[in-house]
Design a protein around this ligand. Structure first.
Ligand SMILES: [Zn+2]
Length: 379
């Protein structure tokens, strides 16, 4: 697991705040870099989850269900991000209450904390009969175990937006509905485990300081540039089908979901999915445009562009991004015939979005080579 000192400092600061009632500062100097590297992002042991009194907006019954969900995840050795996804899912499906269903008579005779009436769904995760018997689905530990079982089978779930991972399991009619619970679920997971932040054990979003293992910092070249993706060039810059292919395509056999990084320090100038193309799903050669993409403006009127991301990028417009920041993940959205990164470099781009065009695009290969980080190599 990648260790980064920032998380430790945050954790220490939080602990100090708890202990000293807000007097922060002194103990930080006690931690050298080596200790910080060793200690951050992993807590050797955490207190066992047990029935908890009401926590924040959640009453005792809801908090106890949350503790069960987390405990089952720990038993099954699910990475902590899974706890957060499971909690957010149960928050959306049942507000963390073990629900019977008015159209399922058997459910009303079992212990329950409310009555729903959505199809034949019951329990914390509103599971339908394919997930188990009524009694099983209304047993919180069983329902949570079935949820985790399905979650860990979703390819790349730890790198997905929370709602995409939850939706891959639940197949709900409202695929975006889980996302709004992310912060609540992170807080509740931390509360149940007695941690300042769930990211201290890697339960935060994929790009959080202790997020997915291989998303940590990477070396930046002497000119301040980094490869946006560690992959081979599969199609060069230049004329293609009577038009200019204004960037390079980069790919490897298993590239889908790999992190895409800001090629140099800058400010995010554009985050969007071209309206006329496909988003959040595989594109095709008949579609046009970039799909989900990001533009970053760098010093000296330089703009870089990153196309065909798998989902909504991890950054927002106006955000300052140091070189090497993970801005999104490789996908196949837009006019794209397979998962790859289409990477563009534009020069002399006047201020404002939409001014990076094919007329100011330059070949990224010699550009990056001149900055000491040739594309298409593994460094
Ligand atoms: Zn391309």
């Amino acid at each position: 697991m990648t260790r980064r000192p920032i998380a430790l400092i945050a954790a220490v600061a939080a602990v100090v705040m708890l202990v000293c009632g807000g007097t922060v500062g002194l103990p930080l100097v006690m931690f050298g870099q080596a200790q910080a590297e060793a200690a951050a992002c992993e807590v050797p042991s955490v207190p066992g989850a047990s029935p908890v009194p009401g926590a924040g907006r959640w009453d005792s019954a809801q908090s106890t269900n949350a503790a069960t969900i987390v405990a089952v995840g720990r038993q099954r050795q699910v990475p902590p991000r899974g706890f957060v996804i499971a909690l957010a899912t149960a928050m959306q499906e049942s507000t963390l209450r073990n629900l019977a269903n008015s159209t399922v008579p058997e459910s009303l005779s079992l212990p329950h904390e409310g009555v729903g009436r959505d199809h034949d769904s019951v329990g914390l995760f509103q599971q339908r009969p394919g997930w188990g018997s009524v009694r099983e689905r209304m047993t919180p530990s069983y329902a949570a175990a079935k949820f985790y079982e399905a979650l860990v089978r979703v390819d790349g779930w730890q790198r997905m937006r929370l709602t995409d991972a939850a939706q891959a399991v639940q197949r709900s009619g409202l695929p975006e509905a889980y996302q709004k619970w992310e912060a609540d679920a992170e807080q509740l997971a931390a509360r149940v485990l007695g941690l300042p932040s769930i990211d201290d054990i890697g339960g935060g979003a994929p790009t959080a300081p202790c997020g997915v293992d291989d998303l940590g910092p990477i070396p930046v070249g002497p000119g301040g540039w980094v490869q946006p993706l560690q992959a081979m060039i599969t199609s060069p810059f230049g004329p293609r089908n009577g038009r200019l292919h204004a960037g390079v395509d980069m790919s490897t056999p298993d590239v889908r979901g790999d992190p895409i990084r800001a090629a140099s320090t800058g400010v995010v100038e554009q985050v969007k999915c071209d309206w006329h193309t496909t988003c959040d799903r595989d594109g095709h050669t008949g579609a046009r445009g970039c799909g989900w993409y990001v533009d970053i403006r760098h010093a000296g009127n330089i703009v870089t562009r990153y196309c065909h991301m798998i989902q909504r990028p991890e950054v927002s417009i106006g955000q300052q991004v140091p070189a090497g920041t993970v801005i999104g993940f490789v996908g196949n959205s837009g006019g794209s015939s397979g998962p790859h990164l289409h990477f563009e470099v534009h020069v002399n781009v006047r201020p404002g979005p939409y001014h990076a065009t094919s007329s100011n695009a330059v070949d990224p290969e010699p550009w990056m080579r001149a900055r000491g980080v040739p594309l298409g190599t593994r460094s």
